[in-house]
Unconditional design. Structure first.
Lengths: 147, 147
DNA sequence: GGATTTCATTGGGATGTCCAACGATTACCG
DNA sequence: CGGTAATCGTTGGACATCCCAATGAAATCC
């Protein structure tokens, strides 16, 4: 008498595209995190520093909105980045509630290094694919992301 | 006098495949999580329940190894699932250190519902793509995952 | 049969995410 | 105007996740 066939639920879950893309994303994340750690930054710090660099003098509330990050967590990240000399908080003369956050030259330098490192990590991530396939993948992911 | 051109670091980061795949993964994860929440389960609970279903009566240490989950956290997840009546912990007569974890009929039923819901969520995730494109995406992601 | 390993559980620390509240400042509007 | 509402940066705390360590009970190794 054979036992009732169990429901292969884990196999089923792990065959779903959402699971697959999650695994690949985790791999890519860990590669980039390891690369960026060479410059002493973690991924959230890098994201904040990059946003500050891109949006010039910017209020913290703007960073919260642009990065969809929690305001409390941003304070800690900015404290760390500021004490590392990568950015500066200055009072905004036009609105004294706001802090004008600006990247320092050292911050820009770190950012450029991290950009190279992150690109190299992405090279590793995509190394199983040739150029055509990489283009396909990026195109498909872009469509999933934009819509 | 134009200000020095800022380094568009955020734009650069967000153009990397690792960032793109991370966003798509986050979207898929939230879709599946929302779907599965209809059955009162969170994703870690579902993963554990599915593994228990798949591997029949299984010791907790085996689940720890198969799911790469922390043993401490597994205890909490099993407590929740057991008090919800979805699985049962029984002493293993052949090794009295072990707990034989087994899915209940109610657990199997919940699992089947979750499988449907997760499939529908994946349908939503992939809705911008046609069948050919979905196959391409899965094939590309599979190669990135397997190597 | 004594030393080592495995098992389930508990505890604690470090981190990431989210929500609520606060004092200070600005914007709105009657 | 003037008072209410909204926004700003900050702090506190609730949770979940992840890592390491230790426990008593039970099995395995030699």
């Amino acid at each position: 008498m054979t036992p009732p066939e169990p429901f292969r639920a884990l196999e089923h879950i792990q065959s779903l595209p959402s699971w697959l893309v999650g695994r690949v994303a985790a791999h890519g994340r860990s590669l980039v995190a390891a690369a960026v750690a060479e410059e002493g930054l973690k991924l959230p710090h890098l994201a904040v520093l990059a946003a500050v660099s891109e949006y010039g003098p910017v209020a913290q509330a703007d960073l919260v909105r642009r990065l969809s990050i929690d305001a409390k967590d941003l304070v800690g990240l900015l404290n760390h980045l500021e004490s590392a000399g990568l950015l500066v908080r200055a009072p905004d003369p036009r609105d004294r509630r706001k802090n004008a956050v600006t990247v320092t030259p050292q911050g820009t330098h770190t950012l450029r290094r991290c950009a190279e490192l992150a690109e190299r990590a992405n090279e590793d991530l995509l190394s199983p694919l040739d150029d055509t396939e990489r283009g396909q993948l990026i195109a498909l992911l872009t469509r999933l992301h934009q819509t």
